[in-house]
Design a protein around this ligand. Sequence first.
Ligand code: 2BA
Length: 111
Amino acid sequence: MFQIKLLITIVHDEDAIDLVDELNSKGYRVTKLASTGGFLKSGNTTMITGVEDDKIEECVNIIKSISRKRDKMVLSPTPSAGAGVYIPYPIEVETGGATVFVVDVDTFIKI
Ligand code: 2BA
């Protein structure tokens, strides 16, 4: 008997539509949520996908094939130390391809 898992996937906004299209075309249902990264304070996309556990590998492979890593220059979110003065400095941050959580689902009900 299959167990349902929930994939929670955080991707770059620019990859989101392609990923939804590809998952849908392979028969997966997706809910797409606008989200914000806590560190960069910029938009990203969170997708929730309910799948049977034997499909996790295929789903993760689809996510891998679409999601690209990106380097981004940002101002440091934490101040450099010194005399109470906030001096932002640029840092390079690598984001994505994707952050994926696989979560057990206790019960799945469709009405
Ligand atoms: P953000 O929190 O905006 O983080 C963007 C990128 O900044 C991260 O990329 C990572 O490279 C860097 N970063 C995050 N926190 C950092 C810190 N405390 N110090 C130094 N660098 C830091 P990713 O790891 O690819 O994460 C992309 C987005 O996925 C995150 O956006 C966040 O929205 C989500 N995410 C990643 N890991 C998560 C986790 N364990 N729990 C919840 N959300 C997570």
